[in-house]
Design a protein around this ligand. Structure first.
Ligand code: 2P0
Length: 337
């Protein structure tokens, strides 16, 4: 493709919440997981990314929320952009701008949505019509969980076995309307600088005596989670999703040195959700590599559950969202003929 045919492109990608987690890599360069994982895609919380190819730029540059991206982030972004350019046969660099619709430090990862939005926008900007598995694989090389943000509704990220990662991508299990759950993020105040997922995973793999059992559990949970989702069975989903998150945190806690992500309010929400479910509310919780708790709840129970969680000491705010569509192109400039 000639430089004149490149164009500006904008994409939105949502964040996602893992129902069975990705916590362990078989290849750290390619972000290949040791186990498959399942996620639900969020509706309006995510990243909006603009890719503008610029023939005069000596290197890709990126602003995230109006600030230059840090060096570690730029390494990953350039790796993804390099792969896109190679597919397009282009050597033109790009100016990149990303805005998160996730309020900062709300316990939701923005790297998943950021890399999913980047690949969808960049593919179009460089004139590539890529299929969804290819977009998911490319997003994965930026951040593992980004492979799932390409997909809407409920997604399965295949572990794969190929050393080059060709069979490790996400695909849709169900569209968003299969099970129109509400998703509540109970934000727990936490001043500490937390250990990043990339570092935490590496520490658990080498320093947790529970790590092998954790990966075996993931392999079982991925099967059970698919059954619970297909049947829209909240009891079964709660058993798998809560059990999987707690097993991941058990593995983190047993790591030496320990990875303690929880705060007192984290445990407060865990107990409250279990009590609410015992009283008949259709809900379950999950926790990522942080202190905030995400609660999946049937639409009719969302209001009372949100109100109950908002009253727990140490909960800063409850963000409400729903199950959403995957990454998509929003707006493009005309391409030169
Ligand atoms: C998940 N997490 O499945 C798990 C649960 C965190 C806890 O995916 O190293 O930011 O960039 O591939 O994708 C966070 O991992 O890590 C994550 P990298 P990523 O959602």
């Amino acid at each position: 493709m000639s430089a004149s045919q490149l164009r500006r492109a904008t994409a939105f990608a949502p964040s996602n919440i893992a129902l069975t987690k990705y916590w362990g890599k078989r290849d750290a360069e390619l972000n290949l997981p040791l186990a498959a994982s399942i996620s639900v895609t969020l509706a309006e919380l995510g990243s909006l990314t603009i890719v503008q190819p610029e023939p005069d730029l000596p290197e890709d540059v990126m602003l995230v929320d109006d600030r230059p991206l840090d060096d570690a982030g730029m390494v990953k972004v350039r790796r993804v952009m390099h792969a896109i350019r190679a597919l397009a046969g282009s050597s033109v660099h790009a100016g990149l701008r990303s805005v998160n619709t996730i309020p900062p430090a709300r316990g939701l990862a923005s790297s998943a949505s950021a890399f999913a939005a980047l690949v969808v926008a960049a593919a179009d900007a460089y004139g590539l019509a890529l299929d969804t598995p290819t977009l998911s694989r490319l997003a994965r090389t930026g951040s593992g969980s980004a492979s799932r943000s390409v997909i809407g509704g409920f997604a399965l990220w295949h572990r794969g076995t190929a050393p080059d990662g060709s069979d490790s991508f996400a695909e849709q299990l169900h569209s968003p309307d299969h099970w129109p759950l509400r998703i509540l993020v109970a934000k727990v105040s936490d001043e500490r600088k937390k250990v990043s997922s990339t570092t935490g995973m590496r520490m658990s793999a080498t320093g947790s005596p529970l790590f092998t059992a954790w990966i075996d559990q993931c392999n079982r949970d991925v099967v059970d989670c698919q059954q619970a989702l297909a049947a829209r069975d909240m009891r079964k989903l709660a058993e798998v999703v809560e059990g999987n998150a707690l097993a991941m945190h058990a593995t983190m806690l047993a790591t030496r040195p320990p990875l303690v992500y929880w705060q007192p309010a984290t445990l407060g929400v865990i107990h409250a959700v279990r009590t609410l479910r015992g009283e008949g509310a259709e809900c379950c919780f999950t926790i990522d590599a942080g202190s905030s708790v995400v609660v999946l709840v049937a639409a009719q129970d969302a209001r009372p559950v949100a109100d109950a969680l908002a009253g727990i000491a140490g909960i800063e705010e409850i963000i409400q969202t729903s199950v959403g569509l995957g990454a998509r192109l929003l707006d493009t400039a005309p391409r030169a003929p």
